[in-house]
Design a protein around this ligand. Sequence first.
Ligand code: AMP
Ligand code: TRP
Length: 333
Amino acid sequence: MNKKIFSGVQPTGNLHLGNYLGAIKNFVELNNDDKNDCVFCVVDLHAITVKQDPKELRDNIRETVATFIACGINPEKSIIFKQSTVSAHSEAAWLLSCVARMGWLNRMTQFKEKAGKDKEKASIGLYSYPILMAADILLYDATHVPVGEDQKQHLELCRDIAQKFNNDYAVDDFLKVPEPLIQKEFSRIMSLKDGTKKMSKSDLSDLSRVNLTDDKDLIINKIKKAKTDPLPLPNSLNELNARPEAKNLLGIYSSLTNFTLEQSINEFSGKNFSEFKEKLSQVLVEKIDKISNEIKKLNTDKKYLDQILLDGQKKANDISSYKLKKMHEIIGF
Ligand code: AMP
Ligand code: TRP
């Protein structure tokens, strides 16, 4: 079966190793398979659920496109576009917000985390964010959605919304219920400073993450300073599970080299961290330095990046406006 792939990344800067290993690496593999139709969206409407500086947002949008290309997505094969330029997304989000239930949204853990203690002050957009995400996916009849582990709950909500729309309007299979594509292992890359916290764009410490724009020296320095524990590397998976920092670093190594965690444990068991970190830095530099240089090069070619978005906009608009029109007919407009 041909797969229809849809995914989105927020243009909020600092794209990092977690984004790469959790999501973008998978986008590239899906893009390389001729049997797939892929759509990758720069979700700027999602980005403004928290305050953004307009100039930075504009730069981050282009940098997200540059990152897609630098990582290996081919704009001739995959549609790459900016969410705000295709109005069907906002419109479908409204239609679906009349299908989604408050009770469903109230369970979303990402909102609780992002809104923090003072929920009264969170934007309405931050709360209804997963409905817009459902609109993104459902407008393209996506069959598969590659994302990191943190988006699993939003995808379950998207499936519920699709099913309820189909039931409410008795249109069996009109909205396609998508499957999440989440890596089995290493789907959650953790902070270099705290193995129990997700690696995140918004962490105040730049030492907590490897950015995809970091150069060789910076990467080596960050790995040198990455938190470890005093023991040598473990002999077994069981032992590793109780040591979050060791598990994260070995996970990053495994994901980059396409080894299983067991293979990496065997390679380093009993060795000390300094020896392992040297090897880890080496594979990281090999992968990320190339990407980083390419992003920097592409960033200077604004025209090229804008043209990719413009081409993508036309294609995305054709697909999504057709689906939106059908939704209108079904609803009775
Ligand atoms: P965002 O930057 O929040 O738009 O995320 C883009 C993609 O990267 C999503 O599919 C996320 O699930 C994924 N992602 C973000 N942070 C991590 C992480 N620390 N580990 C694995 N995947 C991640
Ligand atoms: N919510 C996703 C994130 O923060 C980004 C996103 C928006 C997305 N729309 C999407 C991901 C549609 C997959 C499909 O990472």
